[in-house]
Ligand binder design. Structure first.
Ligand SMILES: Nc1nc2c(ncn2[C@@H]2O[C@H](COP(=O)(O)OP(=O)(O)O)[C@@H](O)[C@H]2O)c(=O)[nH]1
Ligand SMILES: [Mg+2]
Ligand SMILES: [Zn+2]
Length: 308
């Protein structure tokens, strides 16, 4: 039988099979992935083959090749990674401009990582009900415009006022979607607004907060009533940064990638080199200063805020 892993707790895997029933499965044999050493052989999103045992449980014996995956690097410097989720169609980055305000540094770091993983991202600006005054709208639009101009799809929504939730349903229908963002931005409220049957707890700080950073966090995949899956990664707001060379980083900033070949030196790092097309674009206001600041921070290896 074939199915999709929707939850994993370590040794047991919850598999939704093709006829929409749920089977608890174990694994048999060794599953190893090319390229990375991971603490978990199978993760949420994996398409697996399994056989039923007499006790009504299953045994997974094969795993389909992954379209993509996201990992979280272990913090203890071992080379092991934890696979958070696989086979994603897209990610929705939930951000807020107040209560709490999501920083451009965090947004840019997330976008960079998703670009490197080849996962398309839409940015969802939640709590828009807080900005109804016209004066405020101006600075809101300016902020959002930075990302719209680069080509990211941006949506202005309010989970509590049920504004623009229909469009979120449209873009998630029949897709596997990762939901990310800081704690408190309204992820659970939004997911509930999209599908009331899910009934996630609002205002709950994830376990990772209480247990500290070293806890292994398992993602969970929720089937949507209207088709598709939502993957929620409790307590994880940052994707593990893929290993990348300094020369590659500007490739993952789409507005830099577009003009990088115009730099005088083909190994230009866009830091202080003469005739650098990217620095010139920042000076002309064609690349946002905040984006370039994020680029410099990432180039210098700066750790972003990692509070949970
Ligand atoms: N004003 C306003 N508050 C919201 C909105 N969405 C969520 N909240 C509030 O933000 C808080 C955190 O929401 P929650 O869904 O738990 O956030 P999560 O940590 O990202 O899952 C709760 O008090 C929600 O009621 C919104 O669209 N507007
Ligand atoms: Mg939540
Ligand atoms: Zn350059």
């Amino acid at each position: 039988m074939k199915g999709t892993v929707i939850k994993s707790t370590g040794s047991w895997y919850t598999v939704l099979n093709e006829n929409k029933t749920i089977v608890e499965c174990r694994i048999k044999g060794v599953f190893r992935m090319k390229g990375i050493m991971s603490t978990n052989p199978i993760a949420v999103g994996d398409k697996v083959e399994f056989e039923m045992e007499e006790d009504g449980r299953g045994v997974i014996h094969a795993i389909e090749e992954r379209k993509n995956y996201i990992i979280r690097k272990s913090i203890n410097l071992s080379k092991q990674s934890h696979i958070l989720a696989t086979n994603l169609d897209q990610a929705l980055l939930i951000v807020t401009l107040a209560m709490p305000r999501t920083s451009t540094g965090f947004i840019d770091r997330f976008l960079l990582t998703a670009e490197a993983y080849h996962i398309p991202v839409s940015i969802i600006f939640n709590k828009m009900d807080l900005f109804e005054e016209e004066k405020m709208m101006e600075s809101v639009n300016e902020f959002i415009g930075i990302y719209e101009r680069i080509g990211y799809k941006c949506y202005r929504v309010s989970a509590t006022e049920n504004k623009n939730i229909e469009v979120l349903k449209e873009i998630t229908k029949d897709k596997t979607t990762l939901i990310s963002g800081h704690s408190g931005v309204g992820k659970s409220t939004l997911i509930n607004a999209m599908d009331a049957n899910l009934d996630l707890r609002v205002g709950e700080i994830s376990d990772a907060h209480n247990k500290g950073k070293h806890t292994t966090t398992f993602a969970e995949m929720h089937p949507l009533g209207y088709g598709g899956f939502i993957i929620d990664t409790p307590g994880i707001k940052e994707l593990g940064l893929v290993d990348m060379e300094k020369e590659e980083i500007s490739d993952y900033f789409p507005e830099m990638r577009a003009i990088r070949n115009n730099c005088k030196f083909n190994n230009c790092l866009h830091l202080n080199e003469p005739k650098c097309a990217i620095i010139e674009a920042v000076e002309k206001g064609e690349i946002a200063v905040s984006r370039y600041t994020s680029y410099l921070g990432i180039m210098s290896g700066e750790e972003l805020e990692t509070e949970y």
